[in-house]
Design a protein around this ligand. Structure first.
Ligand SMILES: N[C@@H](CCC(=O)N[C@@H](CS)C(=O)NCC(=O)O)C(=O)O
Length: 229
């Protein structure tokens, strides 16, 4: 039995962040797949927010994907996934925060939006976020990764959404803006990593996964939180 156990769901991009970190660090881990449409009663004891991912190591539980990922980077420092320099660490944390506070809430709100006015407004917000990421984020380094030559938690924080962009195009006709050439090249570089290839699912899988968000019937913890975000 592995030291590390992950409660996860293949459909979940937040859980994908942590699966990527575990694979990039070559860590042996066990895995429980949670059916998010029929969560087992015991899961409430494991996950205070009723969400995946949750990591269990020994008797300790860690939840929230960004926090789990920083925990893993501290507990298993090789290979490091945060820069050593404090200013560059701050920059990495800024981009992780931007993903959590700006990018992903806008993404979910756009899926959940049922009126055309709301969709138009949120699509414009998402476009502005992509352009900000292109110009201030990925554009500030010379690649191939977000912070430059080395893969970091920032890359693994954003990647799961990029492989789901075709589902967003399918439901809302919105994708990565054409001018985001660096982000496009970055996403292609990420797709070459074995960890990303191991978690990527087919287009139809993501389309099915987002259908309840797109028709506004999703009523789980994430949909509730994102409607209020
Ligand atoms: N902020 C959380 C978000 C996790 C999250 O929203 N997970 C979703 C699946 S993608 C979930 O488990 N939702 C449960 C539900 O909707 O009931 C994190 O970063 O870990």
């Amino acid at each position: 039995m592995a030291d590390v156990h992950l409660y996860s769901a293949k459909v979940c991009p937040f859980a994908a962040r942590t699966r990527l970190v575990l694979m990039e660090k070559n860590l042996d881990f066990d895995f429980t797949e949670i059916d998010l449409n029929a969560k087992p009663a015991w899961f409430a004891k494991v996950s205070p927010y009723g969400k995946v991912p949750v990591l269990k190591r020994g008797g300790d539980l860690v939840w929230e994907s960004s926090i789990i990922n920083e925990y893993l980077d501290e507990a298993f420092p090789d290979p490091p996934l945060m820069p050593a320099d404090p200013v560059r660490r701050a920059r990495a944390r800024f981009w992780i925060d931007f993903a959590n506070v700006k990018f992903t809430p806008t993404w979910y709100k756009l899926f959940l939006a049922q009126s055309q006015d709301e969709r138009t407004r949120l699509a414009a917000n998402l476009r502005a976020h992509f352009l900000f990421m292109e110009n201030e984020g990925i554009g500030a380094a010379n690649g191939p990764y977000w912070l430059g030559a080395d893969l970091s938690l920032v890359d693994l924080t954003y990647e799961p959404w990029f492989e789901r962009i075709p589902a967003l195009e399918h439901y809302r006709g919105v994708g990565l803006p054409a001018e985001c050439r660096r982000l496009k090249a970055w996403a292609a570089a990420m797709m070459k990593r074995p960890s990303v290839q191991a978690i990527t699912m087919p287009f139809d899988y993501y389309v099915a996964g987002y259908s309840a968000y797109a028709d506004g019937t999703a009523d789980g913890a994430t949909a509730r939180d994102m409607r209020q975000a």
